[in-house]
Design a protein around this ligand. Structure first.
Ligand SMILES: *[C@@H]1O[C@H](CO)[C@@H](O)[C@H](O)[C@H]1NC(C)=O
Ligand SMILES: *[C@@H]1O[C@H](CO)[C@@H](O)[C@H](O)[C@H]1NC(C)=O
Ligand SMILES: *[C@@H]1O[C@H](CO)[C@@H](O)[C@H](O)[C@H]1NC(C)=O
Ligand SMILES: *[C@@H]1O[C@H](CO)[C@@H](O)[C@H](O)[C@H]1NC(C)=O
Ligand SMILES: *[C@@H]1O[C@H](CO)[C@@H](O)[C@H](O)[C@H]1NC(C)=O
Ligand SMILES: *[C@@H]1O[C@H](CO)[C@@H](O)[C@H](O)[C@H]1NC(C)=O
Ligand SMILES: *[C@@H]1O[C@H](CO)[C@@H](O)[C@H](O)[C@H]1NC(C)=O
Ligand SMILES: *[C@@H]1O[C@H](CO)[C@@H](O)[C@H](O)[C@H]1NC(C)=O
Length: 905
């Protein structure tokens, strides 16, 4: 009861404060600074108890039918009101009157069907109005007349059949008008002339079934910069018409994705000739035929997307006139190989010759046969070329393949996923500027003589991962000493152990990936001299033998001299040993991955040089102990640790230090409670290691110290200090015990009659009732048994120290009734215990019997009474049972203890 009282009080207080809250509040809005988020709360009314100084109120996803101005009056500082996803069907004109500062009003996904001239008449400060997804079918008169500051207006997903939003010129600051997904079928001059003073950056008309562009429709708009007409089923002839209507406008961006532009001719875009169009999107059109000179009208075009089309043929005049295009997207632009295997797209020589400004060309995911001798001729500014998955039969890269790129300042060439089998000598000799070459995910299988890379004078990164096989030679990389990144993952790397090392010329290498190669044999020269190496991936190899003690010639130190290594991955190599010196040269190491190996015991000091380590992983090894002398240095600056799934040995020696470190550290250790489990000892199997109780371990430190120092020269000096520290008697206790053991003293067992009492009972004053209750019945049962009970056997309750000493002397045994009270009782502590122990030393150890009435940890016992369970025989330590049935067994045990002879065995 005493213990449960405080928590009872707390829960009562909690209940009380909860009731105070629920009395005053019905909402669960989250208010942070001046933003109130009341979304997803099934509200039917505007909450009336938010701070009045909020500026943003989010009421989305509720069940509001109205936004009564009366309820919003108190929030008159609102600048943003988001009422989307409700059932609002009517707006009060007073709303904006009450919210004079409102700038953003969002009412998307509601049930507004009617807008009158009054609806927004007071909303003069609005810059953004969103009415998307409402059932508005018609706009009458001029509901937006007063929105002189409006920048964005969204009326998409309504039922509008016309673009007409007013009868007079208005919305002079509008920049974005969204009318997509309506039922607009025609663009007419008179239905757009309300925008006569606006300059629209975006006019979004996608997903309407527009069939008509009447004369002058776009000229009705003040200025039009961007028109979006995606998903509109516009045919070639309608697009031609559209472009004619756009002539002489300010149009810069035109998006016509997903229409029905199956072919283009030299007239399709002719209307755009007087414009400055810089962006054109013709993606997803099933475009099949590009007529010659189709784009001659677009000399200002910079960004051109033709992705996802069905182009059959590019001729040398298809792109004629596109002199300013910088970015051309031809991803999946060409005919996909259909049933007939011969239907490759045809790309004529010199097709790109006009694209003098082209910097970025994406031709991914196409179905081209190969590279023609002059395919890329004329691309004198090309910097990035992606040909990933672009060819069906680019089997061999010869010294001619890329000749058409000889005059391009190409920096990046992506050739992944092309089923390339072989790179011939000089294949890239045309690409002297190239920095990044991606050859990954092909089927290359060859010996690298070094001639393959001839001419790559500026190469920075080569990606060769995921190929069939690569056989190294001493000269494999001899001609590309500028290389800084080399990726050779899963290429069945052969001949890695050749001497001199194939990597020796790569003095500037910073990243090397040799993972997933099943490498079993390397020598200590492999990485010699790669002093700039920062990242080394060696995971998924078979390097275990190299670090074995028993390796002929000793362990192979293949990491030596990598002074600037930051990241090292050695996962999944079967390592079961690490030489003590393995990481000695890696003072800058920041991330070390050693997971998925068979490591158990690591040499002390193995991580001593890893003072910069921030991330260490050792998951799924066989580590049982995490000891200070191995890990202290590695853990010093650690931010992330993964040691999960190891079979931890939950004993003081093995993990006490680790557990105490975990309790103190800020290091991020994921899955700590679920994946760090004890394996041994048996009673802790499956128990979370972090819950291991280290308090009994703490005292082991002084003993360790004693052991270590007593072997040294200073032992005598320390002995004196300890003598004082342990208050003398303790030393003599051990001394006496030792003497008894060494000299094999016989028992001083006087006959039972020589003692007046069977036992002297030491207990706290507060426990006297328990003692009385349990010991006097025993005396009654057995007349020969007589205990010395202080309250009864001392005269008039006077506790004379002398009397105590004498009584103890006249008792055969001494019983300690150990409770928390006893530990706190000053007389017991100072005197009686001291004396009893003295006697025990003089007599024998099993003259003392400890009866525990409650669970007392050993360290507390030691601290309070200088006693330890370990000093006594197990049959002299009794626990008072919790279950009544076991009380008999307890009495039996006590009798055995009382009857046992006082002896040291
Ligand atoms: C807004 O009001 C709340 C109390 O209603 C107050 O705690 C907070 O400081 C106020 N914020 C500002 C910026 O005035
Ligand atoms: C209001 O909340 C919804 C859902 O949580 C969120 O999508 C929307 O962006 C929020 N509106 C504002 C103005 O922050
Ligand atoms: C909203 O206003 C109406 C009418 O003024 C009032 O009856 C209602 O209690 C108000 N609701 C809240 C939540 O303030
Ligand atoms: C618009 O907002 C400004 C402050 O930004 C305010 O001074 C002005 O009164 C508001 N206009 C109206 C008509 O309420
Ligand atoms: C367009 O092509 C046709 C032939 O297909 C040609 O007769 C006509 O002159 C061309 N027009 C322009 C403007 O190039
Ligand atoms: C390409 O290699 C062939 C031999 O395989 C050689 O005859 C030819 O001169 C080389 N061409 C270039 C441009 O190096
Ligand atoms: C090459 O293209 C593939 C596919 O688009 C991409 O995943 C890869 O990152 C690219 N390589 C480089 C170096 O950009
Ligand atoms: C290696 O890098 C250094 C410094 O960045 C540079 O001066 C040197 O030219 C590079 N070496 C090669 C072979 O590119």
């Amino acid at each position: 009861m005493r213990q449960s009282l405080p928590s009872y009080i707390y829960s009562f207080m909690g209940l009380l404060s909860f009731c105070i809250l629920c009395a005053s509040s019905t909402n669960k809005c989250v208010v942070r600074r001046e933003v109130a988020d009341c979304s997803h709360l099934k509200l039917t009314q505007v909450p009336n108890d938010l701070p009045t100084n909020i500026t943003v109120l989010n009421l989305t996803h509720n069940q509001l039918r109205r936004l009564p101005s009366a309820n919003l009056t108190r929030y008159n500082r609102l600048t943003v009101l988001d009422g989307g996803f409700n059932s609002i069907s009517k707006l009060e004109p007073e709303l904006c009157q009450k919210l004079p500062l409102l700038q953003v009003l969002d009412l998307r996904h509601n049930e507004l069907s009617q807008l009158s001239d009054k609806t927004f008449s007071f909303c003069t400060n609005l810059t953004e109005l969103n009415l998307m997804s409402n059932p508005i079918q018609k706009i009458q008169n001029n509901p937006f007349k007063n929105q002189k500051n409006l920048i964005k207006l969204d009326l998409s997903h309504n039922g509008l059949s016309s673009t007409k939003l007013g009868t007079q010129v208005q919305l002079e600051n509008l920049q974005e008008l969204r009318l997509s997904n309506n039922k607009i079928s025609a663009l007419r001059r008179e239905e757009l002339d309300f925008l006569g003073n606006s300059s629209l950056k975006i006019l979004e008309l996608s997903s309407n079934q527009i069939k008509e562009f009447s004369p002058g429709c776009f000229h009705a708009i003040g200025k039009l910069f961007g028109l979006f007409l995606n998903n509109a089923q516009l045919s070639s002839s309608l697009i031609e018409k559209l472009c004619l209507e756009l002539s002489d406008t300010n149009i810069q961006s035109l998006s016509l994705s997903n229409n029905q532009l199956y072919r283009t001719s030299n007239m399709t875009f002719s209307g755009l000739k007087q414009t400055n169009l810089s962006m054109l999107d013709l993606s997803h059109n099933s475009l099949n035929v590009i007529g010659n000179n189709s784009f001659v009208w677009l000399p200002h075009l910079e960004y051109f997307s033709l992705e996802y089309n069905n182009i059959e043929h590019l001729s040398s005049h298809s792109f004629y006139g596109l002199v300013n295009v910088r970015n051309l997207n031809l991803k999946r632009s060409f005919t996909k190989q259909s049933i007939s295997l011969t239907s490759f797209p045809k790309i004529d020589d010199f097709s790109f010759q006009w694209l003098k400004c082209l910097e970025y060309l994406n031709m991914e995911d196409n179905n081209m046969a190969g590279i023609r001798p002059n395919m890329f001729t004329g691309l004198t500014n090309l910097k990035y070329l992606s040909l990933s998955n672009a060819f069906t039969s680019l089997r061999t890269l010869t010294n001619e393949t890329f000749s058409s790129l000889a005059h391009s300042p190409l920096l990046t060439l992506n050739l992944t996923k092309n089923k390339i089998l072989k790179i011939e000598s000089g294949a890239f000799s045309w690409l002297g500027h190239l920095k990044v070459l991606d050859l990954g995910l092909n089927e290359i299988g060859q010996e690298l003589t070094g001639q393959e890379w001839r001419g790559l004078e500026n190469i920075f990164e080569i990606y060769l991962s995921y190929n069939k096989y690569v056989e190294l030679t001493a000269t494999s990389f001899a001609s590309i000493s500028s290389l800084q990144r080399l990726m050779l993952r899963r290429v069945t790397l052969k001949n890695v152990a050749s001497s001199p090392s194939p990597f020796h010329p790569l003095r500037n290498l910073t990243i090397l990936d040799l993972s997933n190669n099943n490498i079993a044999n390397i020598n200590d020269e492999l990485l010699e001299g790669l002093e700039r190496l920062e990242v080394l991936d060696l995971q998924h190899n078979n390097l275990a033998r190299l670090w074995k003690h028993a390796n002929p010639g000793g362990p192979v130190h293949f990491l030596k001299g990598l002074y600037h290594l930051h990241v090292l991955n050695l996962e999944s190599n079967g390592f079961d040993e690490i030489p003590a010196e393995a990481f000695k040269d890696l003072p800058e190491l920041q991330r070390l991955r050693l997971g998925l190996n068979n490591l158990n015991i690591l040499p002390p000091s193995v991580f001593d040089h890893q003072v910069s380590l921030t991330s260490l992983s050792l998951q799924k090894n066989l580590i049982t102990s995490v000891e200070k002398n191995v890990f202290w240095s590695a853990f010093k600056n650690l931010r992330d640790l993964d040691m999960s799934s190891n079979p931890f040995d939950c004993t003081c020696e093995s993990i006490a230090w680790f557990v105490s470190w975990i309790n103190k550290t800020h290091t991020n250790i994921p899955d700590l409670s679920s994946h760090y489990l004890c394996n041994t000892p048996r009673q802790y199997h499956g128990f979370p290691a972090m819950l291991f109780d280290i308090s009994p371990c703490k005292d082991s430190a002084p003993f360790e110290l004693l052991f270590m120092i007593s072997t040294s020269m200073l032992s005598i000096f320390i002995f004196v200090i300890l003598l004082i520290h342990f208050e003398g008697w303790r030393i003599s206790f051990y001394w006496n015990v030792s003497v008894h053991r060494v000299l094999g003293f016989k028992e001083i067992d006087r006959q039972p009659e020589q003692f007046e009492f069977a036992a002297y009972i030491i207990h706290a004053h507060k426990d006297r009732d328990w003692v009385w209750e349990h010991f006097s019945p025993m005396e009654e049962k057995d007349r020969t048994l007589k205990f010395c009970l202080e309250e009864r056997d001392f005269e008039a309750g006077v506790l004379e120290l002398e009397a105590i000493v004498n009584s103890i002397k006249r008792s055969r045994k001494i019983i300690f009734v150990i409770t928390q009270h006893l530990l706190r009782d000053p007389l017991c502590k100072r005197f009686k215990v001291h004396h009893a122990v003295q006697q025990a030393i003089e007599q024998n150890l099993d003259s003392i019997i400890l009866i525990f009435l409650e669970e007392i940890p050993d360290h507390k016992l030691n601290h309070a009474l200088c006693l330890r369970r370990g000093m006594f025989k197990s049959h002299c330590i009794l626990n008072w049972p919790v279950q009544k049935e076991r009380i008999n067994a307890f009495h039996h045990k006590l009798q055995v203890a009382l009857g046992s002879r006082n002896s040291v065995h």
